[in-house]
Design a protein around this ligand. Structure first.
Ligand code: WT7
Length: 639
């Protein structure tokens, strides 16, 4: 990571930016922050009071890592908190502004979103869906995706959203793992001027044995055929009444499961709670994104990722704020699509990923230069470290020097932002996510688990449980313990390397495990390796991340073909293997390069030397100690 601008430029809170009324004056902030660090439970208990609880808690927090409970004895309904409680004042306010790639848009008021959610919740109950069941959502970025989420939440059905970019195989595995009884989809999604046949992908995912009983399909094309087990959304909802009495559920009731890649071949179903999760998402959204009643807020993430869960839907709607959903490619049909959309809907807060910012940077300054974007007042960044150059460009060319940037560090497992500045309060440094949020005890430790000194690189850990933390890995509690709590007993291990500067600011360097970050999407190298070795031509495979200016990291695979493949056209095999990975996982996992080797470099104990391959992929001479190598320095490339 380029660090030349680091620390040399500190941005004081913008003069033009009102210190956020949501967190108090800067002078009061320090004391409040210190207090929250000393007593996180008291901080979160006070924060929780902003939600509507049908029954309050008798104990705010109980347990210790890994097993914790928040808001014990309390009951709430997440859907009620996002919809019903706003109706008296905000019935006619825009809840969702949806825009398609072609410029078509729709505004869904809180009133309409409530009614559609109630109708679907009624239909689901009539179909026998009950609290404790799980439903999959494989939808494009449309308001009905939020309706499906909120309808599930309303009746206590745990949802499992699978990003529309995942393949039928990936969808099938996730449906099987969570034993989903129902899946919501659409016949098609629209992207880059093309139709993506989501319905067909679902149909393939259900081949053979599947726990799915019904497929609810949002029809967008008149000619689409209905699949096996399918029922059109409109028919399913039929004449269901537009009201529904939300039932309160336990604070610890599982709101959703969301799969994310880990260090083994199998994705992990991260389970999130209802009460603690909503407290975390809502509190951080309000404070860090500085949500105000008149904001038009746009987070460009898909609802299929945790950012979409927490900061397109739950955390934003729970605050009664208008959220924008865009279905399409950022630069289609033209390079100024994003900025045009900001102008059209008078977007005031934009939350996006560094990879998108770097892509826009490459297209040139004159494109955003054509759009004054006077409505913008705050910018956010998430998903990967933002290099200071991209930070500066974002500030100058998009924010026109007027808007603070909140760089927010968090993870699928944390549910909500963990390290992030407060706009108008925190002095910003380009490239740093700054300081932990209220009530979040973050620390850098060495391999021995002892605190590292300032300016000392180390591993990022969290010391005290927080309400929105993952509760377990679905069906695999042992892996939950092993993955996050075994390296440093008593601490939550994030998997990220980082350091703290002399001012206590956190600088996140990225994953230190076998997880790579490609365009802000987390992928497990082992997962891609499993996909590769499942191809009949492959004997062995190793996958590493190669630094990439645009994507952060690019996927590079080293593959040993089977003996039987000698004489095969390697160019053809490369294409076949790329297609195979797309089939097994999805387009987001397609390797950028595949190198064929006679053997993979291994230690005497048979472990693949990934570090050596990583260096090789990065174009560095292999570094480090290779004395334990069976065949030092020998990675004989065949192509
Ligand atoms: C990993 C989590 C949380 C939403 C999107 C990604 C990296 C995330 C930042 C940031 C540096 C970041 C970390 C983390 N990451 N945000 N602001 N600065 N790195 O969620 O797929 O669960 O991935 O993304 O490496 O561990 P995720």
């Amino acid at each position: 990571m380029e660090t030349s601008l680091k620390e040399s430029r500190a941005f004081a809170p913008e003069k033009s930016f009102q210190a956020s009324a949501n967190v108090g004056h800067p002078a009061e902030y320090e004391a409040a922050w210190q207090a929250s660090q000393k007593d996180p439970v008291a901080y979160w208990e006070a924060a929780a009071k902003s939600l509507h609880w049908d029954q309050t808690w008798h104990t705010a927090f109980e347990g210790k890592f890994p097993w914790v409970k928040w808001f014990l004895g309390a009951k709430l309904n997440v859907s009620y908190n996002c919809l019903d409680r706003h109706l008296p004042l905000l019935k006619d306010k825009a809840a969702i502004i949806w825009e398609g790639e072609d410029g078509k848009s729709e505004t869904w008021t809180f009133g309409k979103l409530f009614e559609e959610t109630c109708r679907l919740a009624n239909a689901m109950e009539k179909a026998g869906m009950r609290a404790g069941d799980t439903a999959a959502i494989y939808m494009p970025q449309v308001p009905q995706a939020a309706v499906a989420m909120l309808a599930c939440a309303r009746i206590g059905v745990t949802h499992s959203i699978v990003f529309g970019g995942f393949s039928s195989h990936a969808l099938r595995d996730r449906i099987a793992d969570a034993k989903c009884r129902m899946v919501f989809t659409a016949d098609v999604g629209y992207r880059k001027g093309e139709k993506i046949q989501l319905g067909q992908i679902v149909e393939k995912a259900l081949e053979g044995n599947s726990p799915i009983e019904k497929v609810i399909v949002l029809q967008r094309e008149a000619a689409s055929p209905l699949m096996n087990k399918g029922i059109w959304w409109n028919e399913f909802v039929g004449a269901q009444p537009p009201t529904h009495q939300a039932k309160p559920f336990d604070a610890e009731h599982p709101l959703f499961v969301l799969y994310t890649s880990g260090t083994t071949g199998k994705p992990k179903g991260i389970v999130h709670s209802s009460g603690g999760y909503l407290v975390g998402a809502t509190t951080t959204a309000k404070a860090v994104l500085d949500l105000q009643p008149n904001d038009v807020y746009w987070c460009t993430a898909d609802v299929g990722w945790i950012t979409g869960h927490s900061y397109v839907v739950y955390g934003i709607l729970a605050n009664g704020v208008t959220t924008v959903m865009y279905e399409g490619n950022p630069v289609h049909p033209h390079a100024g699509r994003f900025w045009e959309l900001i102008e059209k809907h008078k977007v005031s807060i934009l939350y996006t990923a560094p990879t998108a910012i770097r892509a826009f940077m490459r297209l040139g300054d004159d494109i955003p230069g054509k759009y004054p974007m006077k409505s913008l007042r705050l910018l956010g960044s998430v998903g990967e470290p933002i290099n200071p150059e991209a930070w500066m460009w974002y500030q100058e060319k998009i924010g026109k020097g007027r808007c603070p940037i909140v760089d927010t560090w968090w993870q699928t497992e944390t549910g909500a932002m963990m390290i992030a500045p407060l706009p108008g309060v925190t002095t910003l440094k380009p490239g740093s996510a700054t300081r932990p949020f209220f009530g979040i005890q973050a620390e850098i430790v060495g391999e021995d688990g002892k605190p590292a000194g300032r300016e000392q690189g180390g591993l990022l850990v969290i010391k005290h449980p927080w309400p929105s933390m993952a509760r377990t890995i679905l069906g695999d509690p042992d892996r939950f313990v092993e993955q996050y709590f075994s390296k440093f007993p008593g601490l939550y291990f994030t998997g990220d390397g980082a350091h703290q500067d002399a001012d206590g600011y956190f600088w996140i360097m990225g994953r230190i495990d076998d997880v790579i970050n490609v365009s802000g999407h987390r992928l497990g190298t082992m997962e891609i390796e499993s996909a590769l070795v499942s191809h009949p031509a492959v004997a062995e495979a190793a996958v590493v991340g190669r630094p990439d200016e645009l994507k952060g990291q690019a996927i590079v695979a080293y593959v040993t073909p089977k003996e039987s493949e000698s004489g095969t056209d390697l160019k053809e095999l490369q294409d076949k293997l790329k297609k195979h990975v797309v089939l097994e996982i999805g387009a987001l996992a397609r390797p950028e390069a595949i190198f064929f080797t006679k053997t993979l470099p291994k230690t005497r104990s048979g472990k693949i030397m990934r570090r050596l391959l990583k260096d090789l992929a990065a174009g560095k001479a292999a570094t480090g100690d290779t004395t334990t190598l069976e065949n030092p320095g020998l990675v004989e490339l065949l192509n």
